[in-house]
Design a protein. Structure first.
Lengths: 226, 927
């Protein structure tokens, strides 16, 4: 029972809200991470803690896709297959994962290690193709990097079990020079990134006949006069 | 609220501000199609069926005044898009167009979309024929769909949401009416939506699933055939059904029902609209609990005991035998050697005839409506003396009303009152719920008061004291006595001491008293728990009403939740040992049920007539006495335990098979019609009684023997304290002793003439109460809102005046002595009424599966002290006896209380009870 194993954590969570029912999402995450997924008993347990009708809590679980009401693997891999990622190889990535894991989407490997899902834009299109493993971002996952990624995740299985599938403590990964995923430091606390505006292109010089040969050699981006 | 002028499709009308456009249009005679909107619930705007064009007067930004055109009319600015009428409140000068091409286009579009995933299985759908989706599609939908039939989504179906209601996911249009009904109106939030998008579906995850006593109503308001009753699925097509207006006799609310018959078979039970009683709802007990009328175990012929066996006989034989035996007993031992018990669910006509036979023909006052079990509380008079006054209508009450619910569990005792009370609270009434243990109604209360078990009298005295501190006694206007004694009792202890004694703080008592004092209307509901605490508690409630100045007033009064669908009628009709019809007390109380079984054993009573009750089933003493009695007649629907002991068994017609009137808890008399001919040879109870009475009268006349008292009731003056009874005239009685009723209406006419308070309550008068207008439908409008026909052709019934208001009675305020108990056993055993209990009328219904196994409910503290876990067998021991039951451990039950279901077959409560409340000790049985 969560109340036995996580009493103080539950206390802290409840303390954050003016009304008890507001704690439904954090408590469901806690239950999901404790039990691996949200089975009926777990959902009812949360309902009982919050003194909510069980049906209401089932509704919440059914509504949010990040609550798993069926068993999932130690790692839930959610591959973005939205347009930018697609352009940069999402389909190849999904194919490679399926090939390597021997499963289809929405399935879990027999050893219970991986569950594969497709999701829509993860808001990291600048590092496409992207996937999330228990909400840990992994950037630039091209199909060739699948094996390295899976090895890395298998190595971290114990850690994943400890942290749970909900991604409450999610991190960011990219591939290092050695081809292995490397944890990126999060900017903590979050500071909005400063964007330096791209300097406007220089005013085109008054039209003059180009000097012969310069264009080809310079390699500079040419400003079109049109 | 001020009225607002709006123009809808060219019709200009005034509607109360706050009205939404759909309802406003309805008032203007314009139908706006809706699916998700239901007039009894908050609008949610989910289905978009009610899209209309709306414009409002353009305002000058500077002056905020309407801009006028050349003709001086305000310029109307149409909103750029269509609006949902159900969520848009009217505003001054609003113009609505419901027939614009744009609107029609939208309506067709919405319907086309709704039908994309609809299975179109109308030919096998229970809703077919009364389906809003069918009807709205016919009137507003496109003739064709652009979607491919093969693209329809298919789901597994049906999905049982519980054992009573099945869901067809393909038909569901996701309007959430069912969910909102359960959340908002019933306060059983057991339905919800799972998943999203195309996979959205209704779920119920309560334990057991769809755990609500009102679940059937969702099938009525579901605008499609997505929710169907397991009780009615595939039984009939609705257009084959003939709806017969009947009154529910399963509890004292008296909901209006339609028995939907195909030929003479009951297909389903539906609510019939009556704003004053049940609005458009009924509980599941009423809806599913009427299968008994068709049950195979119904008695169909009279039976006589021959050589120890009950064998079929003709009515003639049976009635002659009963008359002969009763005459013989009377001859030999006098009328007082005959006793009669009649069930408080029988109609007024039956009960009146029954007591008339006893009082006027047999000359016996040994009558009762109880069975003589130790747990039965005293008969309730206050609910009539101080009942809600003439003109009371719960539907009209809201802000300004205070409702005190004391020691009652309406969900179990009179389910529909939960909806009524919640509706009043929603309209602004203040709901004070005082109980020794939590009930579901607590959640709807504006104030919850929890007194210590056994301290209800202290609590009420505290409340009364606080009230009199607040308003004095000046508001007491009704005829009364004993005020000084009451005052002395109240002021004998300080409010703080009383508060300490009852466990409710003085501040809470004062606040509650202030709420009561400031109320324009005051209603007080009390139930089994309050009544079990003794008559002093109920008397104090009467004093509370009177001191608050609300006695005898319209929309104020006491409402007692008594067991039995016509319990108030039985009291009014004088089926009791201590009073005649109309609460006219007898000088000498006679043998009631409580003393009956001893009297039989002692030979003082020799013949017993039992109508509709089954004492032998639960009372060993009754069984022994009936065995020993010289002559026993039983009239019932079934061969009950009691009937098995009878010398003559007479088959009675059920409520579906006869006309009759019933008086509900608020003392509203309503008429119920015959829905089909009696089963077999069964007859209405009053006819059976009349059959015997006629034979007795003839015998008297023939033999010239004991004179028939050919006159009205001896004490014709009516209720106590009456002066110059006016209601009761001398009724001319024919030679046959007044036993020549041809129809139930004749009996009712005599009741109207002879029973005080019932003056004018005749069948024609009941019929003339007309169609109730609160729903206010236009022709055929039902199809838009609910699909189901709630039409009430029988009128709303007649609300009787309270006795106090008619001036024939006075209120005794002097506090009743409270008997001291010397028993120091630690627990208080209280019988808990359940809606689904051992009532034989539930037989054959799907509710039988909802009747719990016997149990005793204990508080966690009491259970832990003795290391009792759920399911352990515990023994309860009182000074009377012992009882072993499996334990339930209930978290919110107060310590020191043990609850046992009141009326479950095989519990044998009578062996341990010493009264309505019993002190018991508890031991765990170690096996
Ligand atoms: S089941 Fe009926 S009432 Fe409930 S959401 Fe579906 S269509 Fe509406
Ligand atoms: S509330 Fe009472 S009267 Fe109404 S339907 Fe239910 S059992 Fe019948
Ligand atoms: S499209 Fe993949 S992260 Fe945005
Ligand atoms: S949106 Fe108005 S009735 Fe559904």
């Amino acid at each position: 029972m969560l109340l036995d194993t996580h009493a103080s954590e539950i206390e802290t969570i409840l303390g954050r809200y003016a009304s008890r029912r507001s704690a439904v999402l954090p408590l469901l995450y806690l239950a999901q991470d404790t039990y691996g997924h949200l089975n009926d008993a777990a959902i009812r347990e949360v309902a009982a803690i919050l003194d909510l009708p069980a049906t209401d809590v089932f509704e919440v679980v059914g509504f949010y896709t990040l609550f798993y009401n069926r068993p999932v693997g130690t790692w839930v891999l959610q591959v973005c297959d939205d347009v930018p990622c697609c352009y940069l190889g999402a389909e190849e990535l999904v194919a490679a994962l399926k090939q390597s894991l021997g499963i289809q989407e929405e399935q879990t490997t027999p050893d219970g290690m991986f569950t594969l899902q497709r999701v829509k834009c993860l808001a990291a299109c600048d590092r496409a193709p992207v996937l999330q493993a228990n909400l840990d971002y992994v950037y630039d996952v091209t199909a060739e990097r699948v094996e390295a990624l899976l090895t890395h995740l298998r190595e971290r299985a114990a850690e994943a079990r400890k942290r749970g599938v909900s991604g409450r403590f999610a991190e960011d990964y990219a591939f290092g020079a050695d081809g292995r995923p490397l944890r990126l430091e999060r900017e903590a606390p979050y500071t909005p990134r400063v964007f330096t505006p791209v300097p406007p292109p220089p005013e085109p010089a008054p039209m003059a006949p180009p000097e012969a040969g310069t264009e080809a050699e310079s390699g500079e981006r040419r400003v079109s006069p049109l | 609220m001020p009225d607002v002028t709006v123009t809808i499709d060219g019709v200009t009308i005034q509607v109360p501000s706050g009205t939404n456009v759909v309802d406003a249009a309805r008032m203007a005679g314009v139908a706006v199609p809706v699916f998700c909107y239901h007039p009894r619930m908050q609008p949610v705007g989910m289905c978009r069926m009610c899209l209309v064009q709306i414009g409002t007067p353009r305002l000058d930004p500077a002056t905020r005044q309407p801009v006028l055109d050349d003709a001086g009319r305000p310029v109307i600015q149409m909103m750029p898009k269509l609006q949902t009428g159900c969520t848009t409140p009217v505003s001054e000068g609003m113009v609505v167009n419901t027939v614009a091409d744009e609107v029609k286009f939208a309506q067709r579009g919405v319907l086309e979309f709704l039908l994309t995933s609809h299975p179109l299985d109308c030919p096998v759908c229970d809703k077919g024929g009364e389906c809003p989706l069918q009807n709205l599609t016919m009137q507003w939908g496109p003739g064709m769909s652009r979607f491919d039939y093969n693209d329809k989504v298919h789901f597994e179906k049906p999905v049982p949401l519980g054992d009573l209601i099945y869901l067809d996911r393909e038909r569901c249009i996701l309007c959430s009416r069912c969910v909102r009904f359960q959340d908002e109106l019933a306060d059983d939030p057991v339905l919800g939506f799972d998943n999203r998008g195309r996979n959205w579906m209704i779920i119920s995850k309560s334990d057991p699933p769809f755990d609500s006593k009102f679940s059937g109503n969702t099938t009525d308001i579901c605008p499609v055939g997505a929710l169907t009753s397991s009780d009615f699925r595939f039984r009939a097509r609705v257009w084959e059904l003939d709806s017969r207006p009947v009154v529910c006799t399963l509890c004292p609310v008296g909901c209006n029902l339609s028995l939907d018959m195909r030929y003479n078979q009951l297909m389903r039970v539906m609510p019939r609209e009556n704003g004053a009683v049940n609005d458009i709802w009924i509980c599941d007990k009423g809806r599913y609990g009427h299968r008994f009328v068709d049950h195979e175990s119904r008695l169909t012929t009279p039976m006589l005991r021959r050589d120890g066996q009950l064998v079929p006989a003709s009515w003639d034989e049976a009635l002659a035998l009963v008359a002969e035996k009763l005459a013989a007993v009377r001859q030999a031992h006098g009328g007082s050697a005959i006793a009669g018990l009649a069930a408080p669910r029988l109609s007024n006509e039956d009960l009146y005839a029954f007591q008339k036979l006893f009082r006027e023909v047999l000359e016996s006052n040994n009558l009762d409506q109880r069975i003589g079990a130790p747990g039965e509380p005293a008969l309730d008079d206050l609910g009539a003396l101080l009942g809600p006054g003439t003109g009371s209508d719960l539907a009209q009450l809201g802000a300004g009303t205070t409702v005190l619910v004391l020691g009652a569990d309406p969900e179990e005792e009179a389910p529909l009152y939960v909806l009524r009370l919640r509706a009043m609270a929603r309209r602004g009434a203040r709901l004070l719920v005082a109980n020794l243990r939590p009930t579901k109604l607590d959640r709807s209360a504006s104030t919850r008061l929890r007194y210590r078990a056994g301290a209800e009298l202290a609590f009420l005295r505290g409340l009364l004291r606080a009230l009199s501190d607040e308003v004095g006694t000046d508001r007491l206007t009704v005829k009364s006595s004993g005020l000084d004694q009451l005052r002395r009792a109240l002021f004998a202890t300080s409010l703080d001491d009383t508060a300490a004694a009852c466990g409710v703080s003085a501040a809470d008592l004062k606040a509650a008293a202030a709420t009561i004092a400031s109320a324009e209307h005051l209603l007080i509901f009390y139930g089994a728990e309050a009544r079990s605490a003794g008559p002093a508690v109920v008397e104090t409630l009467g004093a509370l009403l009177a001191l608050a100045g609300k006695a005898g007033q319209s929309n104020s009064g006491l409402i007692a939740l008594l067991p039995g669908g016509n319990s108030r009628g039985a009291l009014d009709m004088g089926v009791r040992p201590d009073a005649r019809p109309g609460y006219a007390p007898l000088a000498q109380p006679t043998i009631g049920a409580r003393d009956l079984w001893n009297a039989v054993q002692g030979g003082r009573v020799r013949a017993v007539w039992v109508a509709g009750l089954d004492p032998a089933a639960s009372l060993p003493a009754a069984r022994a006495a009936l065995d020993a009695a010289e002559f026993v007649v039983v009239q019932d629907l079934f061969l009950t335990e009691t009937a098995r002991l009878a010398d003559v068994v007479l088959p009675a017609a059920s409520v579906a098979e006869r006309d009759g009137t019933y008086t509900n808890a608020e003392r509203r008399v309503q008429r119920s019609r015959q829905a089909r001919p009696p089963i077999g040879e069964s007859r209405p109870d009053w006819q059976i009684v009349q059959g015997v009475a006629q034979r007795l009268v003839q015998a008297w006349v023939a033999t010239g023997a004991p004179a028939v008292p050919a006159k009205g009731p001896k004490d014709g003056k009516g209720a106590r304290g009456a002066r110059g009874g006016v209601e009761v005239g001398a009724v001319a009685v024919a030679e046959n002793g007044g036993w020549d009723y041809l129809t139930a209406a004749d009996v009712a006419a005599e009741i109207a003439e002879r029973v005080p308070g019932y003056a004018g309550v005749t069948y024609p008068a009941l019929a003339a109460t007309g169609k109730p207008g609160s729903w206010g439908r236009q022709v055929n409008e039902a199809i838009y809102y609910d699909g189901t026909n709630y039409e009430n052709t029988e009128g709303v019934g007649i609300k009787l005046p309270s006795l106090i208001e008619s001036g024939r009675a006075s209120l005794n305020l002097a506090p009743l002595p409270v008997p001291a108990t010397a028993d120091d056993r630690p627990l208080l055993l209280i019988a808990q009424p359940l809606a689904y209990d051992g009532d034989p009328l539930l037989r054959g219904s799907r509710l039988e599966a909802h009747v719990p196994e016997p149990y005793v409910a204990l508080s966690r503290a009491d259970a832990e002290r003795q290391n009792i876990r759920p399911g352990d067998i515990v023994r309860l021991a009182s000074s009377a006896g012992e009882l072993a039951l499996p334990a339930r451990v209930v978290d919110d039950l107060p310590q020191g209380v043990a609850l046992v279901p009141a009326n479950l077959a095989g519990v044998g409560l009578a062996t341990v009870q010493t009264g309505p409340r019993t002190r018991v000790s508890l031991v765990k049985v170690v096996v």
